[in-house]
Ligand binder design. Sequence first.
Ligand SMILES: Cc1ncc(COP(=O)(O)O)c(C=O)c1O
Length: 288
Amino acid sequence: MDGQYLPMSEAKISVLDWGFLHSDATYDTVHVWNGRFFRLNLHLDRFLGGIERLRMNLPYDREEITSILKSCVALSGHKSAYVEMICTRGSSPTFSRDPRQAENRFMAFAVPFGSVANNEQLERGLHVAISETVRIPPKSIDPSIKNYHWLDLVKGLFDAYDMGAETALILDTDGHIAEGPGFNVFIVRDGSLTTPAFGVLPGITRRTVFDLCAEIGLSVAATDVSRAEIKQADEVFVTSTAGGIMPVTRIDEAKIANGKVGPITSRLMNFYWQKHDDPAWSTAVTYP
Ligand SMILES: Cc1ncc(COP(=O)(O)O)c(C=O)c1O
């Protein structure tokens, strides 16, 4: 933060930062597993693309950001970490309301790796509820700019808890399944995979599922996924940097198929973690 590495407790931003006041920020989250970043370049592409589309500027280029992230993880000592890079609009020195006059800010942090699903949930599958909440439409906020517009997702989570579930899926503006708080979703039917195409963050783990499917010859497509289709699926899983590929075995009150983690989900989960020490997919951190 501001050119310094600090303990988390000392990392503070101004309450006047538009990132805080108006969610005027973009960010990305990459993970480190066994001392290696996973697909860092894809995360940097998404982060830098968002900064450009939000008309923000940073005093660091791609190489400098990479080196800051590597040092941040190395100094934290975490071998498996959740690493977030953030660019906020910042604020204007003259309190101007014109966003062009704000001084944009960059910060990054590394904390121990965290997952959407705990170990028990990874083994038996998550219990998900479908909330009636509609994800903020792409015509309002471009979902390919990773953002903190999460009030819809948080409302979805409370709806899910009220329904006795562990997490939520919310809808797109046409009533199809969109995504959940911090994850994309896939369904498997007759050996083929589909994932919602519209109004969702293009997740790096989602993209990774496409790449893994190409390697093992599974068919996968981004298209509309209806509520009926997800409930009739053979298998369902969600994807996030925070946890990878995570099985879902109950939706609302019903089991998915026989209620057990499916074979394609298990195979993709194993393949996903195997890729974490492949130099084509990962980058080493050098610890002091
Ligand atoms: C709204 C939303 N959808 C999907 C995802 C999954 O994206 P990724 O696989 O890049 O972590 C995230 C990640 O935080 C997210 O915030």
